[in-house]
Design a protein around this ligand. Structure first.
Ligand code: ADP
Length: 153
């Protein structure tokens, strides 16, 4: 099964939406394999958003992502990376489809509630970036046979 990385951004924490977002993932059948609160450093954000450091709004990303602590989560499931991206919705909350997390909770391009890994390569790098190996837990919830069939499909 795949694992993917989620960040509940300061917009989720300050607007008290963390519980609602976590609930959506659990209700979907994704398994929480890691979760912690942390403050993001500029150094970590420059690495995480390396594809955006040249953008004129990068300073705003830094300010937004360091406004308060965030919650980082690892989620496990068949095709978890693609499933979680679909649940996340388009970057701009105003354009994200209704029913997605950003579509339901965000009116902003930047204050868009969560980050979610966008590819298997990114997920692997991001899980290592935010979690030590001993902070990720491999277990199977007892309800799993009712989420998937025997071949985890
Ligand atoms: P996504 O988070 O959907 O994977 P990107 O990797 O392109 O999108 O951007 C990372 C984050 O940078 C976005 O979630 C958003 O918070 C911020 N961002 C992206 N584009 C803009 C923009 N044009 N203006 C302000 N913030 C932006």
């Amino acid at each position: 099964m795949e694992q993917t990385l989620i960040i509940l951004k300061p917009s989720a924490i300050q607007r008290a939406l963390a519980g609602k977002v976590i609930d959506r993932f659990q209700q979907k059948g994704l398994v929480i394999t890691g979760m912690k609160m942390m403050r993001l450093s500029e150094e970590l954000l420059r690495e995480h958003y390396a594809h955006l450091t040249d953008k004129p709004f990068f300073g705003e990303i830094l300010a937004s992502m360091t406004a308060c602590p965030v919650i980082v989560m690892a989620l496990k499931g068949t095709d978890a990376i693609k499933v979680v991206r679909a649940m996340t919705g388009a970057t701009n909350g105003r354009e994200a489809a209704a029913g997605t997390i950003r579509g339901d909770y965000s009116m902003s391009n930047q204050e868009n509630i969560i980050h979610a890994s966008s590819s298997p390569e990114d997920a692997e790098a991001e899980l290592k970036r935010f979690f030590r190996p001993e902070e990720l837990f491999d277990y199977s919830p007892v309800g799993l046979p009712f989420v998937y069939n025997k071949s985890m499909n």
